[in-house]
Design a protein around this ligand. Structure first.
Ligand code: ZN
Ligand code: ZN
Length: 151
């Protein structure tokens, strides 16, 4: 059974959730942003920018340019609904309702599965540690490499 905090299961539901989050962040969902999010929801993430571009341009006329895609991904990352995983050079959706949280992502090095976790204590520790050194965290992504339960 789904609870209100669970991940939405259908593409329209997921898009509605993302749109809602952008709205709360005071951002608009333009056609291109919607297209990119839709592709990410449909394909499942994480994906490389190249894979997203290829998928979008299968049906798109005129094709989306790589620069437009990067600009859109960077906007969505800044808005907190997309997370860039530097170690894989991929982008994943973040459906968590709270904006400006720390994205702590467990990555399985065997099957590539990723899972984002939320740990208040960890977030607090990191924020305070950074602050002690005069550093303000903005959109931290913490990648935890390891092996998942299934593997
Ligand atoms: Zn997140
Ligand atoms: Zn695995």
């Amino acid at each position: 059974m789904n609870t209100s905090s669970s991940v939405p299961s259908t593409v329209p539901e997921t898009l509605a959730r993302l749109e809602d989050r952008l709205h709360h962040a005071g951002q608009r969902l333009t056609d291109v942003r919607r297209e990119v999010l839709q592709a990410m929801v449909t394909l499942g993430t994480p994906r490389t920018a190249y894979a997203l571009l290829e998928s979008l341009n299968q049906t798109r006329k005129p094709p989306l340019s790589p620069i437009s895609l990067y600009r859109t991904l960077s906007f969505l990352t800044e808005a907190g609904v997309v997370v860039k995983l530097e170690s894989q050079n991929t982008f994943k959706l973040c459906l968590d309702a709270t904006t400006n949280h720390q994205h702590v992502v467990m990555i399985c090095d065997t099957c590539g599965q990723t899972r984002e976790i939320h740990d208040e204590a960890l977030a607090k520790t990191l924020t305070q540690a950074a602050r002690r050194h005069g550093h303000t965290l903005r959109h931290p992504v913490i990648e935890l490499h390891g092996v998942c339960q299934k593997c």
